[in-house]
Design a protein around this ligand. Structure first.
Ligand code: HEC
Ligand code: HEC
Length: 212
């Protein structure tokens, strides 16, 4: 009599686990521009064999998209007023909002909790400039092609030309944080230097945007 009930228990547990998995993958597929986490980046030079410059430009940008659409960047470039957290990109808890200048609402400023550096014992990431990107720089919910067009648009990218964009992505301390995000958080794929070379190669080949 014991064996069947153990089986019943085990299969009930399996059903529960399967249910949880289905739910999880459903919530992950809900947003089409949330790709799987990757750790590697193809070096910019490895695209040199593509002779058509427009196709090469798009291919190398799509590779750089693994960084742009990684949770380390996307959590701070959300569609709404709230940042997201963790590799699962859940809405920030507790509830905080962008506020007037990206540093949070009065009384709930980012700096209340986010210090000048990562604080690993309580998993709080930190940086002296910690803030949410302005709404015009939101990437969440957009296709990589849409993000690309927006990135090139001075009316939405903070008035930057391409040289200023390249400088920002290789020197801004919030961008660099994505490769040193503190304990329990996956760093952005590859290295910042590789990412910088990819975007430089994209600009050199005409900064073309993916069609979708
Ligand atoms: C802690 C929050 C935070 C993180 C993490 C972050 N950003 Fe940003 N990002 C900002 C803020 C704030 C601005 C606006 C600052 C400015 O314009 O100088 C910004 C602006 C930008 C801009 C310029 C405007 C635009 O959107 O075209 C680029 C490019 C950018 N971020 C890229 C990245 C990349 C790439 C990553 C990940 C490797 C990243 N950011 C991670 C907060 C963040
Ligand atoms: C009351 C404390 C508190 C305040 C205020 C706060 N945060 Fe956070 N934040 C946290 C904690 C704690 C975590 C780490 C959660 C985790 O990873 O488990 C976190 C994580 C994050 C992350 C996730 C980083 C990643 O990629 O995993 C982002 C982005 C973020 N906060 C942005 C902000 C912004 C922007 C503000 C201001 C508008 C802000 N936070 C205000 C406590 C706070």
């Amino acid at each position: 009599m014991r064996t069947p009930s153990v089986f019943a228990c085990a299969s009930a547990a399996l059903v529960l686990v399967a249910g949880a998995l289905t739910q999880r993958s459903a919530s992950q597929t809900a947003a089409p521009n949330w790709p799987q986490l990757t750790t590697e980046l193809r070096p910019a030079e490895s695209f040199a064999g593509i002779s058509d410059t427009q196709i090469r430009s798009i291919a190398v940008f799509e590779e750089a998209g693994k960084v742009l659409q990684h949770p380390r960047c996307m959590n701070c470039h959300p569609a709404g007023e709230r940042p997201r957290q963790t590799d699962q990109r859940r809405l920030h808890q507790p509830l905080v909002v962008r506020g007037k200048d990206g540093h949070g609402a009065p009384g709930m400023a980012c700096a209340t909790c986010h210090g000048g550096a990562n604080f690993d014992p309580s998993r709080v990431p930190g940086n002296p400039h910690w803030a949410l990107a302005p709404a015009s720089m939101a990437w969440e919910g957009k296709t990589l092609g849409e993000i690309c067009v927006q990135l090139k648009d001075p009316r939405r990218n903070g008035g930057r030309d391409m040289a200023a964009i390249l400088k920002h992505v290789t020197s801004d301390s919030l961008v660099l944080w994505a490769w040193e995000p503190g304990a329990g958080r996956a760093p952005a794929p590859g290295s910042n230097a590789q990412f910088g070379k990819q975007l430089a190669a994209w600009v050199e080949t005409g900064a073309h945007s993916p069609k979708r």
